[in-house]
Design a protein around this ligand. Sequence first.
Ligand code: SF4
Ligand code: SF4
Length: 398
Amino acid sequence: MIYHSFQDLQLSSLGFGTMRLPLLENGSIDMVELDRMVDTAIASGVNYFDTALPYHEGNSETAIGKSLSRYPRESWYLADKFPGHQNVPGVTPLDPEEVFETQLKKCGVDYFDFYLLHNVNENSMRYYCKPENGCVEYFLKQKANGRIRHLGFSCHAAPDALKEFLSMYGKEMEFCQIQLNYVDWTLQDARRKCEILKDAGLPVWVMEPVRGGRLAAFDAEIEEKLRSYRPDESVPAWAFRWLQTVPKPTMILSGMSNLQQMEDNIRTFSEEEPLNEKELELIREVSGSIARLIPCTGCRYCCAGCPMGLDIPYLLSMANDMAIHRSFNVVMRYSAIEEGKRADACIGCGQCAHACPQKIRVPEELAKFAEMMKQQKSWEEICRERAEAAAKMKENNN
Ligand code: SF4
Ligand code: SF4
């Protein structure tokens, strides 16, 4: 197992993300398979386990806590998160203390080795960055009394918003988890985020290394090509090998769903074998072909003349994001854009298309994206539904 130093700890480079645990036919978590996965992970040197309240509708914390409790507490590190991103107007805000105490109980622990502000983004920063909400302050207090060993945050914000958050809480944070893989290196500007975090002296934790499974399987032709370069490696292994070629992240979380995936990942993480130049070229080809992405380079030549003042490259990057994987993260970030600046505000004047060196038909792309977003539930609606479901669950448990 590859290990990386973090302060005085040696963390396995592979962390077990518990967002996509094995399920039984009735939809509940398959504890027998989970125990086998945890046994294999621990026997192979994996020592980092990551959970969160929203995973498996609140059941991931209980399941991983129970499975880990079969091993001495000091032999594994557990990370959990506070879902402040779900505190939206119209929904009763989650109380940090109530959530934290419940999480400790659910996981069966007295302290968390790692604790994160979940999903800092343009939207959730409205909550996290208001000192009067007392959120960060509460968790700093828990850190001071030893119930949180290391405090960090996960982030889906664009680079500028990440910078803004760091300007406020950078000194209190010890690590940052971002979505990093060979598609998001450019698509979500993960490269820039890595630079910002390096400047801030914060180590990088990786989430979505295979983009929710999207980089784990391709059509036969692409898979054949990958195999011709590395006959002994699986398709997902390419995503991990790519991560060994960028400035080294400390932690790579993989949301594994069965023992086979766990064993394959453990094989990949037994030693570093970064991609060579030819392989990187191939991965760039693969990346471009997995979805018909809008080839926006973010040069911003189109922006100055837009009569509506739209952040065109930002909107196009979200359209690309949605094309690859319809995700609530895009919905959340899109809802943080003020009305009148979203894709549906485009009046189709065509100025941008003339200015664009990539010859992108921006108005058409924005119209398609606006239509797609119209079909989605709003972020506020999603949060309300989640809050109602959580309240019902609490009622039933009582
Ligand atoms: S077509 Fe739309 S995005 Fe392009 S300049 Fe005109 S209003 Fe702005
Ligand atoms: S000019 Fe074209 S490539 Fe440049 S930011 Fe605008 S849409 Fe993207």
